[in-house]
Design a protein around this ligand. Structure first.
Ligand SMILES: [Zn+2]
Length: 122
């Protein structure tokens, strides 16, 4: 329960704080833009089943893979275009949020190994 609340709090509300930090005058607009970065989860539609409660997204889904995640972080740091950089910040933060969820899953599961939780990475 706490895990779910934390996950959705970070995905939907904490990004409002990021938007405020990014630009106090346009934070509502930027919050909507950060909410739109949730579209990265559309890659789940390629998986079977589409939703699986115990599955770690990191390393499993195409746009959550170890090949593209570094690009989000690099983009968040190096891209100068204000809007595109915010999108990259949103995507990087999304990955952090999903990663926290995976660590939480791992901590709750006594019998499983990191390799089982992060199945896509190993
Ligand atoms: Zn995700």
């Amino acid at each position: 329960m706490l895990q779910t609340i934390t996950h959705y709090f970070l995905h939907f509300f904490f990004i409002g704080a990021i938007a405020y930090w990014y630009d106090k005058n346009n934070w509502k607009k930027y919050w909507l833009l950060l909410l739109a970065t949730m579209l990265v989860d559309l890659d789940h539609l390629l998986a079977t089943p589409i939703f699986s409660p115990g599955r770690c997204s990191i390393g499993f889904h195409l746009l959550h893979s170890e090949y593209v995640i570094p690009l989000y972080f690099l983009g968040a740091v190096f891209i100068k275009h204000k809007i595109i950089r915010l999108i990259m910040i949103g995507l990087a933060f999304h990955m952090i949020t999903d990663f926290i969820d995976c660590l939480w899953m791992l901590s709750k599961c006594e019998a499983c190994s990191a390799a089982e939780v992060f199945e896509g990475l190993f």
